[in-house]
Design a protein around this ligand. Structure first.
Ligand SMILES: [Zn+2]
Length: 229
């Protein structure tokens, strides 16, 4: 189990950490600022001491995080090392991730999937194609962005979440369970849902976006893809 510093402060780009386990090409630390691939959001990249971290994944245990190192990296258990994520990339991921919460409020339909990269992000909706109008979605989305709403994270228990199933909007990217608590992300008046990802503090930080593509991915999957304007 590692202390997941990005949960309390997604703006933390560096920390000092001790190596607690070394596997073939992955390393576990006692604490980390690296977000592991999950909830549709890509894993962080960055540096562990002098070595490149090329990706980050969840380990088998609850809060374990696997930092995938470049080939030939030499790391030993017990080493204290400086940890640093590629902040500009992470910040783009945070901006696009928060934008998907807004997109989910603009398009009022069940979400069937989603994915967040550092240059584009998409949500899939169970909706008829005719109801997705690029210009309208883009305008509403940018209104929400420019409104400058604060985002708020708070924790609830698994039992509270069970009692309010409407808080899980995206079944395919459901938040991590089994730790006894689940994090909620609220954009007041816009969106409230269980989400374990990283978000910007204020929607204005997202910056102007465009709807790059609206495409049918099947009968119940209409994909809306966003990019930076
Ligand atoms: Zn989120």
């Amino acid at each position: 189990m590692a202390a997941l510093l990005f949960r309390e402060d997604p703006y933390l780009a560096t920390c000092e950490a001790t190596v607690v386990a070394v596997h073939e090409n992955t390393v576990e630390l006692d604490r980390t600022v690296f977000y592991p691939l999950g909830g549709g959001q890509a894993g962080d990249t960055g540096k562990l001491g002098p070595w490149r971290v090329v990706d980050t994944r969840k380990g088998a245990a609850g809060d374990s995080v696997l930092h995938l190192l470049e080939p030939n990296a030499k790391v030993e258990v017990g080493l204290k090392m400086q940890v640093e994520i590629d902040w500009e990339r992470r910040h783009r991921l945070m901006r696009l991730h928060t934008a998907l919460h807004l997109l989910g409020a603009v398009v009022k339909a069940p979400v069937t999937g989603g994915r967040i990269g550092d240059d584009k992000a998409h949500l899939d909706f169970d909706i008829e194609m005719e109801k997705l109008v690029k210009g309208e979605i883009e305008a509403r989305l940018n209104e929400f962005i420019h409104s400058g709403s604060e985002t708020k994270a708070r924790w609830i228990t698994d039992a509270e979440l069970d009692a309010r199933p409407e808080l899980v909007k995206t079944m395919s990217v459901a938040p991590p369970r089994g730790e006894g608590r689940v994090r909620l992300l609220e954009i007041p008046g816009v969106d409230l849902q269980a989400c374990g990802g990283t978000h910007v503090k204020n929607t204005a930080e997202i910056g102007r976006l465009t709807v790059a593509k609206i495409r049918s991915e099947g009968k119940r999957n209409k994909r809306v893809t966003l990019t930076f304007a």
